[in-house]
Each structure stands twice: as structure tokens, then as C-alpha cells.
Design a protein around this ligand. Structure first.
Ligand SMILES: [Zn+2]
Length: 263
């Protein structure tokens, strides 16, 4: 796996996705938080899985305001490499096909998701996050980073390694794109679908609590250290992300950790 720092490019398959009208370009979201660069998780880049270029003219730019979680709705596969899975997914995505006995899909520009979390917890880069994802369901994908976790979580449960990889990815995305925990949702919250499956939905409250706790630690760590470059504490003066991460319960009687200002 390679470690990449993404400002832009970065996602799968079966349960998501709709190409609709092109809207005016907004500025790409930019990493702006002091903490983000320190917590970039290992990600299998498009270059590493030998992605083909996105097909021209089919994607619309987006301004990132939230994150949507999906499952692949296909059982976990521990044999095939994540590079092969992404190549297969892209081949499926870029041509018209059948997604259920009654539904077909058009050819999409690229994989519909921005990140793919495999059965082992490995994370791969999908569609460039600057462009909205695609879906087979009826909702507007604009504004969302689409994250898919491999498995059929109506029948299976997520692996511990998948949940920890999802947590780390979400914390990094929150800090990179300045998103609160409450901006993280699931597909069934946006469209008529059971995605990401009842077993994943059951694991969601603890996952989001872990995301909130880790996010708070990241802010505290970054802001309590002396700045290592002139802009390192730029984000520390704003409302800390954890203050916006409601509802997050603190241990009773515990005092919220104060952000240390060093300038
Ligand atoms: Zn979905």
C-alpha cells in the first residue's frame, strides 16, 4: 500500500448511484486543518491499482458537505486483491449493465464511490472526491464523499479491521474537509434502500462515538504541540471539531479537555 496525501483524487459498486444535470463548478474542497496531514491513513492509490482515466464529460463537480456510508451488498472476499477488485469495479462501472433483475445502469464515468474499504480493512482510492458519485437509487449525490465497505451486512457483520479502517478514514476526511460527525450518514438515510445493511447500521452508534473520540484526540494533539510550521495552528483558533460533534457524551463529571493555545 502507498501512503498518499489527497487534496483531490480518491472509491464501489453495486448498491449506490445517478448521473444528472451538470451544475456550475464550485471551488474544490481543500485540506485546511492543521491535524489532517498527520493522520492520513494508508490508501491504495489509483495509480497502484492501475485505474483507467475517468470517462470524459460525465462527472459533475461538488462542494463537499458530508459523507455517506454504503456496503457492497456482496459477501466479503478475502482471496482477491483490492487492486483487482477496484479494476473489476471500474470495468463494471464504466459500461451499461444490469444491477438487479429489474434494473439496468448506464455507463458511469468511473467507480461510483470515492473510497473502498476491503474485507481486510485495506482502503483504496476510487473516484476523485472533487466529483459527485453515482447511484442506482433516487437521491442527489452532490456534496457527499461516498465510502463503501465490502460485505453484505444484511447477512454478514463488519470485520473489526473494517470498522477501525472506516473510523480512521472518517476522522481524516472530517479534518481534511472540515466536516462534523453529524455530517456522516448512511445510504438508507438518503434513498429507498436497505444499504448499508442492518448489521452495519447496528454497529454505527459505536463507530460514530469512536470517530468523535478520535477526532477530539487529533485536535488536542495537534494544537497542544508547538507549531512545526507557521500555519500549523491555523485550525486551532476555530471552533474545535469536537464541539460540533454532538451528540457526544463525556464521562460524567469529566471536564472537557481544553485546547491549548500556544500563540
Ligand atoms: Zn449504498
Amino acid at each position: 500500500m502507498t501512503r498518499i496525501h489527497i487534496a483531490g483524487p480518491l472509491a464501489l459498486a453495486i448498491c449506490a448511484v445517478a448521473v444528472s444535470a451538470v451544475w456550475a463548478a464550485s471551488e474544490p474542497a481543500a485540506p485546511d486543518n492543521a491535524a489532517a496531514s498527520a493522520i492520513s491513513p494508508p490508501i491504495v492509490s489509483r495509480e497502484k491499482w492501475k485505474a483507467k482515466p475517468a470517462l470524459p464529460g460525465l462527472m459533475k463537480e461538488q462542494k463537499i458537505t458530508g459523507i455517506i456510508l454504503h456496503h457492497t451488498a456482496v459477501r466479503k472476499n478475502f482471496q482477491t486483491s483490492i487492486e483487482n477488485k477496484l479494476r473489476n469495479l471500474q470495468a463494471f462501472s464504466q459500461q451499461p449493465g444490469r444491477v438487479s433483475p429489474t434494473h439496468t445502469k448506464p455507463g458511469w464515468a468511473d467507480v461510483p464511490y470515492h473510497f473502498y474499504i476491503g474485507a481486510t480493512g485495506a482502503v483504496a482510492e476510487g473516484r476523485d472526491v472533487r466529483y459527485a458519485g453515482d447511484t442506482n437509487t433516487k437521491y442527489d449525490t452532490s456534496g457527499y464523499i461516498q465510502v463503501v465497505i465490502e460485505g453484505d451486512f444484511e447477512k454478514e457483520t463488519p470485520e473489526a479491521a473494517q470498522l477501525s479502517a472506516t473510523r480512521d478514514l472518517l476522522v481524516w476526511l472530517m479534518h481534511t474537509y472540515d466536516l462534523p460527525v453529524k455530517s456522516i450518514g448512511v445510504h438508507k438515510g438518503h434513498a429507498q434502500t436497505s444499504c448499508p445493511g442492518s448489521n452495519f447500521v447496528a454497529a454505527l452508534p459505536k463507530l460514530l462515538a469512536d470517530v468523535a473520540a478520535q477526532s477530539k484526540r487529533v485536535v488536542n494533539d495537534a494544537c497542544s504541540r508547538p507549531p512545526s510550521w507557521p500555519g500549523a495552528h491555523e485550525g486551532c483558533e476555530r471552533q474545535p471539531l469536537d464541539k460540533r460533534a454532538e451528540p457526544v457524551s463525556r464521562p460524567s463529571g469529566g471536564k472537557p479537555h481544553e485546547i491549548v493555545q500556544t500563540r
